[in-house]
Write a protein of this length. Structure first.
Length: 440
C-alpha cells in the first residue's frame, strides 16, 4: 500500500499508517523478489521441426514452464540464478505426441477376459500407464476412448500434479451404433449390457456429444466402421449413416470439440471425411479416392501401422479372440500398403499408435515402421510433433521447440534423422522445464 493510499484513509492515525505502509512494502518486496522458475537447456544439436533443419549448439531458455528463447549457445542469455541442464552429446527434439492412446486400458484386457475388469481397475492402470508413457518421451497424448470417463479423471489428476504423466486431451466413452465396434457385444441379451456411448439416430448422437462434453471430454471419438478387436463385426462395414456422422461433427464443432473417427472401411472413411471429421483413425482400407478427399479437405490420417506386428505375435497369448486375429491377418498388411500410398500422395499424417492394444511405453516403436513404409525420419518425427499439435488444436502450446510453447523436450544420443529407432529408448525427458527422466 503506497503512502498515497494510506494518506487517503482519514481515520488512520500516524502509527497505523506507518505500520500498514511497512506491511505493504514488505508484501511488495516479497512479490518483487519472488523468482521465476528459469531453466537453460543446452545440447549438441536440436531438430527444428518447423524449419526442417538441425541447429547446432542449441540453447533453450524456459521460464515458468514455457519457452522464452531459442537460439544458439552464447546468443541466448539466462539470469545468473537460472538452473542449467547441460546435455552434451545429445540431440534435442520437441516432446513427442501420440494421437491415439487408451491410457486406462491394458493389452491383456481382451476378449472375454475384459468382462472381469472393473472401472477401478481401469483408473488405477491409467496412473501407471501415464507414467511409463511420459518416461517414453511422450509428453502429450490424445486419449480416444475410455469407459466411465476414467481418462477425464486421469487428465485432471495429471494437471493438478497428483500423478506424473503427459498432457492429455481426452474423449471419454466411445460413441457408436447398437451392435457396432463401440458397443458391448460379448454378453447375451439377458445381461442388458449396452455401450455407454451407443445411439442410433442423428439426434441421439447429438445428445451423446453433449453428454461427453458435460462430463469433461475435450474431443469426441466415434466409431464409423467395424473393428478388428470387437466381436461379431467386419472392419470394412460402415456402422453409422452419413446423417449421423454429419450430426456428430456439426454438434462437436459447435461446442469447440474436435472429432476423431475410428474407420477401417472404405465407405466409412469417406463418409467421415465428408462429415468434416478432423482425424481418421486406422484408415486401413482407404482407397485412392479417399486419400484425395482427405487431401482436399485437410483431414488428418492416423494409421497405427506398428500394431500388426504386436497383434500377430502376442495376440493369442493376451486373450484376443480368434476372429480378431483372423481379421488382423487380412487387414494389417493392406493398411501398411495404403499408408505408403497416402504418404506418397501427400496426405496429412499424424502419429497414432493405439497404445493399450500393445504395452504402454512402447509408443516409439512405430517410428521405424513409418520410415519402412515410405516416410523420411523427419516426416515421421513431424507426425508426432508439429502435425499432431496442429491436428489436436494445441499448436500454440506443444509440438515444436518454439517461443511461447511449453518447455517439453526429449533428448537422444545420436542423430534421429539418421536412425529413427533412437526414439524407441529416450534417455532424457523434460516436461514444462522439469527434468522428469535422466538416464544418460
Amino acid at each position: 500500500m503506497s503512502n498515497r493510499v494510506t494518506a487517503s484513509i482519514p481515520h488512520l492515525g500516524p502509527l497505523a499508517r506507518r505500520l500498514l505502509a511497512g506491511l505493504s512494502l514488505g508484501a511488495l518486496l516479497a512479490t518483487g523478489t519472488a523468482q521465476a522458475d528459469t531453466v537453460l537447456v543446452t545440447a549438441d544439436h536440436l531438430v527444428d521441426v518447423l524449419a526442417g533443419k538441425v541447429v547446432d549448439r542449441p540453447a533453450v531458455l524456459i521460464v515458468d514452464g514455457r519457452i522464452a528463447a531459442v537460439g544458439t549457445q552464447g546468443a541466448v542469455t539466462a539470469p545468473a540464478d537460472a538452473r542449467t541442464v547441460a546435455l552434451p552429446g545429445l540431440t534435442l527434439l520437441p516432446g513427442l505426441i501420440d494421437m491415439h492412446t487408451h491410457m486406462t486400458s491394458q493389452p491383456t484386457w481382451n476378449g472375454y477376459e475384459s468382462l472381469g475388469v472393473t472401472t477401478a481397475d481401469k483408473a488405477i492402470a491409467g496412473v501407471a500407464n501415464a507414467k511409463v508413457t511420459l518416461m517414453a518421451g511422450f509428453t502429450a497424448v490424445r486419449n480416444v476412448g475410455a469407459d466411465a470417463f476414467t481418462d477425464v479423471a486421469l487428465r485432471n489428476a495429471i494437471d493438478n500434479g497428483l500423478v506424473p504423466g503427459p498432457r492429455m486431451k481426452v474423449s471419454g466413452p466411445l460413441l457408436g451404433a447398437t451392435g457396432g465396434h463401440c458397443d458391448e457385444n460379448l454378453l447375451p441379451a439377458d445381461y442388458g449390457r449396452v455401450g455407454e456411448g451407443v445411439a442410433d439416430s442423428p439426434w441421439g448422437m447429438v445428445q451423446k456429444v453433449r453428454w461427453v462434453k458435460k462430463f469433461g471430454a475435450d474431443l469426441v471419438k466415434v466409431c464409423a466402421t467395424g473393428g478388428v478387436l470387437s466381436k461379431g463385426d467386419s472392419p470394412g462395414a460402415q456402422q453409422l449413416s452419413q446423417e449421423e456422422l454429419d450430426a456428430i461433427a456439426k454438434e462437436a464443432h459447435a461446442l469447440g470439440m474436435k472429432v476423431a473417427a475410428h474407420a477401417h472401411g472404405t465407405d466409412g472413411i469417406k463418409a467421415a471425411i465428408r462429415a468434416g471429421i478432423d482425424t481418421i483413425e486406422h484408415a486401413s482400407l482407404i482407397d485412392d479416392e479417399g486419400i484425395e478427399m482427405a487431401k482436399k479437405r485437410g483431414t488428418w490420417l492416423g494409421m497405427d501401422i506398428y500394431n500388426d506386428d504386436y497383434i500377430l505375435a502376442e495376440g493369442a497369448k493376451v486373450g484376443m479372440l480368434p476372429e480378431s486375429l483372423e481379421k488382423e491377418r487380412k487387414i494389417g498388411r493392406v493398411q501398411r500398403e495404403n499408408f505408403a500410398k497416402a504418404v506418397k500422395a501427400g496426405a496429412k499424417m499424424i502419429y497414432s499408435t493405439d497404445a493399450g492394444v500393445y504395452p504402454h511405453g512402447d509408443n516409439g516403436r512405430q517410428f521405424a515402421k513409418m520410415v519402412q513404409w515410405g516416410m523420411t525420419p523427419l516426416e515421421a518425427i513431424r507426425a508426432a510433433t508439429r502435425n499432431a499439435a496442429e491436428a489436436m488444436g494445441t499448436a500454440q502450446d506443444i509440438g515444436a521447440v518454439a517461443v511461447g510453447r511449453y518447455g517439453d523436450l526429449v533428448a537422444v544420443k545420436g542423430d534421429p534423422l539418421a536412425d529413427v529407432t533412437l526414439l524407441e529408448h529416450i534417455p532424457v525427458v523434460i516436461k514444462g522445464g522439469e527434468v522428469v527422466k535422466d538416464q544418460r
